[in-house]
Design a protein around this ligand. Structure first.
Ligand code: PGA
Length: 250
């Protein structure tokens, strides 16, 4: 049985002070929850949030990582820096990075290698645009992105990986993919992993759904065969909503 993993992607929200207040509230509410729980604040909030979650069941993730160890890469953050601060997870290839910051399957693959090098658990995002879904090439897009992300990544690392299936048209729009469509896409991604590696690896990799997850739809999504939790944006910014999602089983 794959353990569910529910991660909050805060994007460019919350100052360090607001972030600490938030996790202090959250950790009381979600104590004892039966899933891996991750919050992903901005870089400047990471040290304070890592400190604030100590002793709780909340882990901390970054929203990006650069592939180089250090050097002349203005504005970027390395795996070594994240590791030293006490981060456990890192989101890679979010569609906002792909859309607005020129992220490609190749840079996603490079960032994934850096995360693994520094023993950070990667959450690798894939997902189709509305225009791609409308012309029926969703699976093609998901396959290309998954194959590109996993290039030269050994099987034992892929087993530990989290992939987030996030249809771009469902992110921040209030439009959720139906649980059947979301599950079909996650199942398809798992079949791509099986083709690249083997059944054991495919059965081990955890695949989240992301895109307008809320307390009211979390249970339907997370109790399907192939969805192993969620990557949550907007609803992760409110303690009660995120708690409702984490405790989707009541
Ligand atoms: P959303 O964002 O839950 O606000 O749709 C999800 C994401 O971008 O990870």
């Amino acid at each position: 049985m794959r353990k569910k993993i529910i991660a909050g992607n805060w994007k460019m929200n919350k100052t360090p002070k607001q972030a600490v207040e938030f996790v202090n509230e959250l950790k009381e509410k979600i104590a004892g929850a039966d899933a891996d729980i991750v919050v992903c604040p901005t870089f400047v909030c990471l040290p304070a949030v890592v400190e604030a979650v100590k002793g709780s069941n909340i882990k901390v993730g970054a929203q990006n990582i650069h592939w180089a160890d250090n050097g002349a890469f203005t504005g970027e953050i390395s795996g070594e820096m994240l590791k030293e601060v006490g981060v456990d997870y890192v989101i890679i290839g979010h569609s906002e990075r792909r859309q607005y910051f020129g992220e490609t399957d190749e840079t996603v693959n490079n960032r994934l290698k850096a995360a693994l090098k520094y023993e950070l658990s990667p959450i690798v995002c894939v997902g189709e645009l509305l225009s791609e879904r409308e012309v029926g090439i969703t699976n093609q897009v998901l396959e290309t992105q998954t194959v590109g992300a996993l290039k030269d990544i050994p099987a034992e690392d892929v087993k530990e990986l989290v992939i987030a299936y996030e249809p771009v048209w469902a992110i921040g729009t209030g439009k959720t993919a139906s649980s059947d469509d979301a599950n079909d896409a996650c199942k398809f991604i798992r079949s791509v992993v099986e083709k690249l590696y083997n059944k054991e690896v495919a059965e081990a990799v955890r695949i989240q759904y992301g895109g307008s997850v809320k307390p009211s739809n979390a249970k339907e999504l997370f109790t399907t065969s192939d969805i192993d939790g969620g990557l949550v944006g907007g609803a992760s910014l409110k303690a009660d909503d995120f708690t409702g999602i984490v405790k989707y089983n009541g």
